[in-house]
Design a protein around this ligand. Sequence first.
Ligand code: NAP
Length: 280
Amino acid sequence: MTINACVIGDPVAHSLSPKLHTHWLKQYNIDGCYTAERILAEHLADGIVHLRDEGFAGFNVTIPHKENILPFLDEYDALAKSIGAVNTVVIRQGKMLGTNTDIYGFSENLIRHLKQANIPFSAAFSSPIVLGAGGAARAVVKALADMGSGMIHMVARNPEKAERLKEINVRLEIHPWENLPAILPNASMLVNTTPLGMEGKEAAAISLAGLSRDAVVTDIVYNPLKTPLLADAERRGNIVVDGLGMLIFQAMPGFEAWFGKKIECSMQDLAQLKQLLVSS
Ligand code: NAP
C-alpha cells in the first residue's frame, strides 16, 4: 500500500521538500508519495485531522504553523517543547506525535562542514552571533547551545521579541542591530536567520570588515544558495556554510519515520542533492 506524507503550510507551493522526498522514494524504490498541502491558518485543526483520517503516515510543518500546531497534537517531545515549535509530525495508531528536526538539521549541516574544514568545535562555538529572533532562530540557538556554545549574542531589530527566546534556557545576550559592528570582532561564528538576502528581499547591509578571517559564516537562507552575505564572507576567506544542507538534514528523520528507510548522506551525496534541488 502506498505510504503518504506531505508538508503543510501557507504558502507551500515553493517548498523544496516534495522534490527531496520524491527523490529518496525513487532512489530507494519505496511505494510512497510526498506532496505539498496548503492549509490556511484558520483550517489548521481540521486540516491535520483530515490527513490523519486519510491514513497519512505524517507530515512536515512550515510557515505559519510551526508554533500554532502544538495544541492540536496528541503529543510532542521534549525537543519541540524546548523551543515551542514542531516541524515534523508522525501519525501512529491514530495519534499525532510532534517533534522538531530543524535543530538536528542545523547542527548536522554545520558539524559536517566544520569537520570537512578541520575547524575545532571549541573555536567555532566559543562566541557565536545570531542575526534575527524569529521561529528559525529558536532552533538555531538551541542547536548552538547543545553543541557547546558559550554566550550566544543575538542581534535583533526587536529586542523585546528576542528577550522571549531566553525561555529556551540558553545563555543569550541581546543586542540592537546598530551594535553589530562593535561585537563582530569577537565573533567565532556569524549565523543569519533573517530573510535578508533571500531572493526578492533586500540583502543584509552588513560590513564584515571587523570579522576575524577564522570565523565561520552561515546563512540559513538557501534561495539563492550563495546569499550576498556568504559571497562577501567567502571573498574575505571565511569558511561559509549555506542553508540548503539544513533543509536536507532536517528532512531525514521524518523520511525514516514515515517510509522506514534511514538516509545515509556523505558530503558527496549532499553536494549532489543540493544540485538536484537548485536545478529547476
Ligand atoms: P520569522 O519567524 O519571520 O523570523 C524572521 C526574523 O528575521 C525575525 O526576527 C525578524 O524580525 C527578522 N527580520 C526580518 N526582516 C528583517 C530586516 N529587514 N532586518 C532585520 N531583521 C529582520 O522567519 P523564520 O521562520 O525564522 O525564517 C527566517 C528565514 O530562514 C527564512 O528565509 C526561511 O526561509 C529560512 N529558513 C530556512 C530553513 C532551512 O532549513 N535552511 C529553515 C527555516 C527557515 P522581527 O521579529 O522584528 O520581524
